[in-house]
Design a binder for this molecule. Structure first.
Ligand code: ACO
Length: 403
């Protein structure tokens, strides 16, 4: 707590909390985390049960509306989503404005932001119907946009949505189907993708969700807010960590080099960190990482890569780090990103698309959090204060007199 009397000439206090380690920015009924015990609940339901027993749209419904849907509610929700999976044909041409080698996350930031230029009936946030339309449109169109960003990056024609497929299967088909060839849905891989989506769907006030809320607090339209969230998620300390974790494991390459990297991670003069380790809130094993580890084994077995040397490196690295004094003392455990990179690679996703998948899934959480904020009557614009440490007032010096 900082006394601001000397700073602003009036009595009062600010809390100064860089990184918001102990500042709650809002009230929320959506997601609960107990970081010490490694517990994650969506609307009160444990993440492992949702990942095992629900479809992604069931979990999406839960996050958005607060309750698991009945069969009738679920079918109606699914129908509403599938009606909006297509992008406006004019938007499809938007993609060709990007450089061929653009990062798919850069494309996502642009295309999602541009949705507000196409769907004028979903941007007046004071209107509940428009808010609902924006939510449905975002959840419906994200797989299409993500798959298009990927297809564009590899120079293949876009594959349009096939609405009779389930959310994850439809997404995989849009990514991996090629013209003139049958695309076969693999139930093990589709289940893995569904789980990955559910695990990433929400995580209370993380950096990208807080970004969405802050952008939304000014009354900005939901597409612009989600685009801001995507930009934030891209960073390597947040959603970009799965790509970074896989790159690190590949760089380590063999079990014999693990000790060297663990030593580097502990060295305060070396900026290197073990990617996929540590978390601001979890001071225990990230419950999502456990499910991801299990999913990773299932996927690798399904694609015949159970002896993948990178998986061996990951498992051994986890073992070594978890028995190391440094990691024990700092409570650094694997987070969701540690095994997700290996899993996604086995699912045929290129590393540049890992964060795209994360953004697709997290869109549900972003939308649920944005709606919760907008519908809260006590909502005000987010406006953090600062602790000013610059010069005090001084006289202006004309350029010719400056030395
Ligand atoms: N490897 C080595 N040391 C680490 C690591 C790591 N992965 N993570 C944290 N530490 C150390 C820090 O050096 C620091 O040590 P110090 O107290 O001696 O200075 C201490 O642990 C605390 O670290 P902070 O950076 O202060 O913790 P913070 O809560 O700010 O950061 C973060 C959390 C960003 C996740 C961090 O652990 C990290 O950089 N991990 C690697 C990146 C990663 O995996 N990100 C994914 C997060 S999950 C997600 O976004 C889905």
């Amino acid at each position: 707590v900082i006394d601001i009397t000397s700073l602003y000439g009036r009595t009062g206090c600010f809390t100064y909390d860089p990184g918001f380690t102990s500042t709650a920015s809002c009230e929320s009924k959506i997601t609960y985390i107990d970081g010490d015990k490694g517990i994650l609940l969506y609307r009160g339901y444990p993440i492992d049960e949702l990942a095992e027993h629900t479809t992604f749209l069931e979990t999406a419904y839960l996050l958005l509306y607060g309750e698991l849907p009945t069969k009738v509610q679920y079918d109606a929700f699914k129908l509403r989503i599938t009606r909006h999976t297509m992008l406006h044909e004019q938007m499809n041409r938007f993609f060709s404005g990007f450089r061929r080698d653009a990062h798919p996350m850069a494309i996502m930031v642009g295309v999602v932001g541009a949705l507000s230029a196409f769907y004028h009936d979903s941007i007046d946030i004071r209107d509940p119907w428009q808010r609902e339309m924006a939510s449905i449109r975002m959840i419906a169109k994200m797989p299409t946009i993500a798959a298009m960003a990927y297809k564009y990056s590899i120079g293949q024609p876009f594959v349009y949505p096939k609405n009779e497929l389930d959310y994850s299967a439809n997404f995989m088909r849009m990514c991996f189907a090629v013209p003139c060839e049958e695309y076969e849905i693999d139930p093990v891989l589709t289940r893995a993708m569904r789980r990955i989506f559910i695990l990433h769907a929400d995580h209370e006030q993380n950096a990208s969700t807080s970004t969405v809320r802050l952008a939304g607090s000014s009354g900005a339209n939901p597409f612009a807010c989600i685009s801001a969230g995507i930009a934030c998620l891209w960073g390597p300390a947040h959603g970009g960590a799965n790509e970074a974790a896989l790159m690190m494991l590949e760089e380590i390459g063999s079990v014999s080099r693990i000790e060297e990297y663990v030593r580097r991670a502990k060295d305060k003069d070396d900026p290197f960190r073990l990617m996929g380790f540590g978390h601001r809130v979890y001071k225990n094993y990230d419950p999502r990482a456990k499910i991801m580890q299990k999913t990773c084994h299932e996927v690798l077995a399904a694609v015949g890569h159970q002896d993948d040397p990178i998986l061996k490196v990951a498992m051994e690295l986890e073992k070594i780090a978890l028995s190391d004094e440094y990691f024990i003392e700092k409570k650094l455990y694997p987070n969701i990103d540690f095994y997700s990179g290996i899993t996604l690679k086995a699912l045929a996703s290129p590393p540049t698309c890992f964060t795209v998948l994360f953004a697709l899934a997290r869109t549900v959480g972003w939308i649920a959090q944005w709606k919760e904020m907008i519908e809260d009557p006590s909502q005000r614009i987010g406006r953090p204060r600062q602790l000013y440490t610059g010069a005090t007032e001084r006289a202006f010096v004309p350029m010719d007199d400056r030395h």
